[in-house]
Design a binder for this molecule. Structure first.
Ligand code: G3H
Ligand code: ZN
Length: 284
């Protein structure tokens, strides 16, 4: 069934595992994510980013996730990932998304607080939870960032606490050493920082940019108090590499379903591995 993320993430926080939040950019990826969760009997979050909405529209993606979720044997959330402006968050809410993120991490602190607080009130009036971000998970799409660069974006426990108190957010994305869009697993997270934030903040904590984080560091992060973990690039990589291989092996193929189904299987395999890593197998 399609549910909201509030109880799901609190359950994860209380039971020391993390819910996998996987980005879908097309039908096949959404199918792969939900099938993987069913086979692992795990709760799952399918997330649609602002970029995905620009690509195909929030209504189309919501229809896909809702249809698949209603038939699924496990709880599924349809989450807006990195809504970067007020309007996008409102449109996702109106489309039916059962969980939202407003990402004001590029704004000055007080401005981020102001817009987040407003959106929390609106989302809550509709019974939908909202995630926000403090500190900034940087983008490493153009190559690895220097340790100094990563450092300047890190979330401090004090600002995390103040941000949560002032906004009433349901979950908090924190910058603890990871970066978005990394193609290799090489990051070790600041585990002590996670534990310190965990002590001061009452809501579930979210790790972004997990594609670049080493497995053992992911496990430590969960122990230290992370409850939702976002993966996008690894799924994109699996999908694209699978299609490249398939078409290289069978260049005469023209039926999109043939290589689509092949890529879907490969994404499903990745999602199942991540669900196991997060210890969410059997937690549905
Ligand atoms: O919000 C999405 C995630 O933070 C995914 O990051 O593409 O580095 O896995 P990633
Ligand atoms: Zn992210």
């Amino acid at each position: 069934p399609l549910i909201d993320s509030k109880g799901m993430l609190i359950y994860a926080m209380e039971n020391k595992f993390a819910v996998g939040a996987f980005n879908a950019n097309n039908l096949e990826t959404a199918q792969a994510i939900i099938e993987a969760a069913e086979e692992e009997n795990a709760p799952v979050i399918v997330q649609i980013s602002q970029g995905a909405i620009d690509y195909a529209g929030e209504d189309c993606f919501f229809a896909i996730v809702k249809t698949l979720a209603q038939k699924a044997s496990v709880p599924v959330v349809c989450h807006l990932d990195h809504g970067v402006d007020f309007g996008t968050v409102i449109r996702a809410l109106r489309a039916g998304f059962t969980s939202l993120m407003f990402d004001g991490s590029s704004l000055p602190f007080e401005e981020n607080v102001k817009i987040t607080k407003m959106l929390v009130e609106i989302a809550h009036a509709s019974g939908v939870p909202l995630e926000a971000e403090i500190g900034k998970v940087p983008d490493a799409a153009k190559g690895p960032l220097s340790p100094e660069e990563v450092k300047k974006y890190l979330t401090t426990p004090e600002e995390a606490q103040e941000f949560c108190e002032k906004t009433g957010v349901d979950s908090l994305a924190v910058a603890v050493g990871s970066a978005h869009r990394m193609k290799v697993q090489s990051v070790r997270l600041d585990i002590e920082r996670i534990a310190n934030i965990r002590e001061r903040v009452g809501v579930p904590l979210v790790l972004h940019g997990a594609s670049g984080v080493m497995d053992e560091s992911v496990i430590e992060a969960i122990k230290a108090g992370i409850s939702k973990i976002n993966f996008a690039t690894e799924l994109n990589k699996a999908f694209t590499n699978a299609i490249k291989e398939k078409l290289q092996a069978e260049p005469e193929l023209v039926d999109v379903r043939k290589y689509g189904a092949y890529a879907r299987e490969r994404v499903k395999k990745v999602v199942k591995e991540k669900i196991k890593l997060l210890n969410s197998t059997g937690k549905a």
